[in-house]
Design a protein around this ligand. Structure first.
Ligand code: APR
Ligand code: PHB
Length: 393
């Protein structure tokens, strides 16, 4: 078998890349180790930046997004019992974000791919890549017990943080930059209408809490917990109680509760590899970098990587120029590092790093005061949140 671009992983990065290339007549095969059902149900992030929404709409992926996505023109910061609003449009020249679950983006992309008739294989097992430094790298895998090999011009490593592509690069080639945080997020989805029209990011002395949503009837909430926390210790009742306490205000706040139908613990990590390329394989999305979710940047970074990668590949196929491909890594990493900084900044400002250190907490409250009382600081938050990360484009 032969294809032009072999794409490994059917997350937002791989599926969107396949879509953008297919629209320009470039042949692709997408290989995913999990089942379609698993991929469509996996609960992940939920905030799309202004430019991510525009890109999806411009490529025929906006229909359900425009109907069901929730446009948010601001976000709330809650600390010291008070709520402060950051208004996006007035601070960013009219921009906003859209709350739309990552698995909804994935469903829309899978549907578009299936409708196009182009190749998308789920449950591809034992996947391996080879010949990355040659001009015909290969992907081998097992399909129903049969070994298959695909010869490609290029390979896209869009197989997430735990994929095989990054590890297929010889030791010593990549530089790894990494930080783990001394806490994790316990996240829930519940059948309960949102208790606020906008997301609430709360710094509380008991730890961080986030009130988010998926639709007018579903809320998504998060609690900072210890990195080794056991889900079994968290009954539904304890989760609601803790959320209520951390989201409380001096005027009173009532969190609407409901049936919890999904619960999970996510570790918090910052991670980047450089460069995002080895020979004819390009890494994109979580395969190359991870941010803690506090800034809501993960899915948007994946989208931005494949926007850059697709346009570089299109340039190569349509006019033979490889310059953009050569600059792929450099180009992506500018925004990646801006997002790393913003995510680290939000994470550091909002979480209790050491619950026994009241000095640290006082400093955070002073920092938050400054963010909400200085227009310049509020603008920095708003610009980063809606996605104005790379003024050079
Ligand atoms: N072979 C084939 N597919 C694989 C393999 C493998 N060996 N290993 C992993 N995969 C698949 C995963 O099952 C997953 O569907 O690759 C896909 C990678 O998708 P994501 O993890 O969603 O990563 P990405 O597309 O880069 O999207 C980044 O995901 O984790 C969030 O916050 C992150 O929102 C961001 C987004
Ligand atoms: C979510 O709704 O899942 C969400 C929202 C904002 C974040 C992280 C996650 O910063």
């Amino acid at each position: 078998m032969r294809t032009q671009v072999g794409i490994i992983g059917a997350g937002p990065a791989g599926l969107l890349l396949a879509h953008l290339l297919h629209q320009q007549g470039i042949q692709t095969v997408v290989l995913e180790s999990r089942s379609q059902e698993y991929v469509q149900k996996r609960v992940r992030a939920g905030v799309l930046e202004h430019d991510s929404v525009e890109l999806l709409k411009a490529h025929g992926l906006g229909e359900r997004l425009e109907r069901e996505g929730l446009r948010h023109e601001g976000t709330l910061l809650r600390f010291g019992g008070q709520t402060h609003r950051i208004d996006f449009p007035s601070l960013t020249g009219g921009k906003s974000v859209t709350v739309y679950g990552q698995q909804e983006v994935v469903k829309d992309l899978i549907q578009a791919r299936l409708e196009s008739g182009a190749a998308l294989h789920f449950e591809a097992q034992g996947l391996r890549v080879a010949g990355l430094k040659t001009d015909q790298p290969t992907i081998s895998y097992l399909e129903h017990g049969q070994e298959r090999t695909i010869h490609c011009d290029y390979i896209a490593g869009t197989d997430g943080f735990h994929g095989i592509c990054r590890d297929a690069i010889p030791k010593g080639v990549l530089k790894v930059f990494e930080r783990t945080y001394p806490f994790a997020w316990l996240g829930i989805l519940a059948k309960a209408p949102p208790s606020s029209n906008e997301l609430i990011y709360a710094n509380h002395e008991r730890g961080f809490a986030l009130h988010s949503m998926r639709s007018p009837t579903i809320t998504r909430n998060y609690l900072q917990v210890a990195p080794d926390e056991n889900l079994e210790n968290w009954s539904d009742q304890r989760i609601w109680q803790e959320l209520q306490q951390r989201l409380e205000t001096s005027e009173g706040f009532e969190l609407v509760t409901g049936e919890i139908f999904e619960k999970g613990i996510t570790p918090m990590r910052s991670f980047v590899v450089e460069p995002m390329q080895y020979g004819r394989m390009f890494l994109a999305g979580d395969a190359a970098h991870i941010v803690p979710p506090t800034g809501a940047k993960g899915m948007n970074l994946a989208i931005n990587d494949v926007k850059i990668l697709s346009s570089a590949l299109i340039q190569k196929y349509q006019n033979g120029s490889g310059t953009a491909l050569e600059q792929y890594s450099l180009h992506c990493l500018r925004r990646v590092w801006r997002a790393q900084y913003f995510s680290w900044w939000m994470t550091s400002m909002l979480h209790r790093h050491d619950l026994s250190d009241p000095y640290e907490h006082k400093l955070q409250l002073a920092q938050l005061e400054q963010v909400v009382s200085s227009r310049a600081q509020a603008q920095v938050l708003a610009e980063n949140y809606v996605g104005m990360l790379d003024p050079r484009g």
